[in-house]
Each structure stands twice: as C-alpha cells, then as structure tokens.
Write a protein of this length. Structure first.
Length: 274
C-alpha cells in the first residue's frame, strides 16, 4: 500500500485528544457560524473557579494600643476631685399643720424635731416625755392615734450618747393618718414602756429588748421572745458577729456527738441489694 494511503487511514491523534479534552486541535480553524445565527459561546472550563471559602482566612488585624497618658511632672499638684453632687432634700420642717403646732405648744422644748420625710411626719421627743406624748396622741380627739403599728429600735454606734433611736409608728383609724415618734437613748439607758397606752406594744417591746438589749421600765413581762434567755449578745446591734455565735450556745446546751460518715458501707449495702 502506498505511504500516502497509510497516512489517510490512520486516525489523527491530535484531533481525537483535542475532542476528548473539549478543545479544538492545534491549528484547526474555528467553525463558522451560520448566517443569521448568534456567534457560538465558548465552553466553560472544566475546573471550577476557587470560591472564597477555599481560600485560607487571613489573620485578624491587631488592635492598636491606645496611647498612655504622660506621667505627671515631678512636684505637680494632683488634680482635685470633682465636688459630690447632692440630690434634692427630702426632709423639711413641718409648717402650717394644726396637729403638729398643737403638739409643739403642748410640750414645748421637749419636742426637739418635727419634720416630714417623703410625706412621713416625724416628731422627736425627749425620752422623759415619751409616755406623756403618747398618751396625748392617743386621747386627743384631733389626733386619735388608736393603733401602735410598730415599735422598734435603730442602732447608731458612732453617735455618742445617742446610740439608739426608739421608733414608734402610729396610725389613726378615725382620721386615716400616720405619725412616727422618735426618742434618742444612750448606751445602757432604759426607756419607759408604752404598754399602758397601747396594749399591743407588749410583744413589740419584748422583741426590741431581745434584739437590742434596751430595757422598758414598767413592762408587765419583759423577757426575750425570739431567743433563749441566756443567748449571748443582741443580734441587731451593729457590732454583733454574724458567724459562729450559735455554736457557743449549742455547745453549752445540746448533748450531741460527731459521727464519722463511712461511705464504704453504702457500697456494701448497694452490692447486697443487687
């Protein structure tokens, strides 16, 4: 067979490989588009373009360090602190009140303070005139404070000779009015009982004695009401320790013993049940 015929019968490797790869053989002319038709769009490459997720993340940029203030010059005076802002006053003298004016006229210098705090009227009296004032507030028709709502004490350890405030909150049912009566007491002072005016103050005075240690003269049955008689100290005083005081009393009165808790017995019993 002539050589030229062999060349025509053998397949051209370049054209086959080009078709397999989706590309035209080298040196081949691109096909002409038919008249009236749009030009052919080249085929997309077989490998997809890399996505942003495939790229390695770049390290976060370091935050700039804020500049430091220069140190004060040697011997320079420190900057004074700004003045403390004071809120509006909530306590004011009581004026133009007929009942308060009547109390001041009746007891004179024994009334050391008559103010209103957030609408709550407060009258402070010397402890010597406490019972007399309470009797007046109970019996006078204009006052008619027939209910002792509360009686307690407040401890002020840093206030010399006035370490305690006796506070009595009164309520008038006929007039729907409230009044707070205060009296200052020194450490070790006793106070006259008001149980002769309001019988309901009995247990309140006992609780005040139990928690603060202030005695009320004339009380019909003054003894502790919440704690045992020999309990050490008075819990609502500011210097009273809040830890381990109960251990002192329990060690003295309760017959108890400490038992070692052996956890191995639990494992034995549990295995027996299984």
């Amino acid at each position: 067979m002539p050589d030229d015929e062999k060349l025509t019968d053998e397949p051209q490797a370049g054209s086959v490989e080009g078709k397999k790869d989706g590309q035209e053989p080298a040196g081949a002319e691109p096909p002409k588009a038919a008249s009236g038709s749009s030009p052919a769009v080249p085929a997309a490459p077989s490998e997809a373009a890399p996505t942003p997720a495939d790229k390695a993340p770049s390290p976060p940029a370091a935050k700039p360090t804020p500049p430091k203030a220069p140190p004060p010059a040697h011997g320079a005076a420190a900057k004074p602190a700004p003045p403390v802002k004071k809120g509006p006053s909530v306590t004011a003298e009581i004026t133009g009140d007929s009942l308060i004016d009547k109390i001041k006229g009746q007891f004179g210098a024994s009334i050391t303070e008559a103010v209103a705090t957030l609408g709550q009227q407060i009258v402070r009296v010397n402890k010597q005139s406490l019972v007399e004032l309470c009797r007046f507030l109970h019996d006078d028709p204009e006052a008619a404070f027939d209910m002792c709502a509360d009686l307690t004490l407040v401890h002020w350890p840093d206030r010399k000779d006035q370490e305690f405030d006796l506070v009595i909150n009164l309520y008038s049912v006929p007039h729907n009015r409230r009044l707070r009566v205060k009296a200052s007491l020194a450490e070790g002072d006793s106070c006259s009982s008001v149980t002769g005016v309001w019988a309901g103050a009995d247990w309140m005075e006992r609780e005040a004695y139990d928690m603060f240690g202030v005695k009320f003269e004339g009380h019909p049955d003054l003894r502790r009401i919440l704690l045992p008689e020999d309990w050490p100290g008075f819990p609502l005083r500011k210097e009273y320790p809040i830890e381990y005081r109960d251990n002192e009393w329990t060690d003295k009165h309760l017959d108890y013993r400490e038992v070692d808790y052996d956890t191995s017995l639990i494992d034995v019993k549990y295995s027996e049940r299984r």
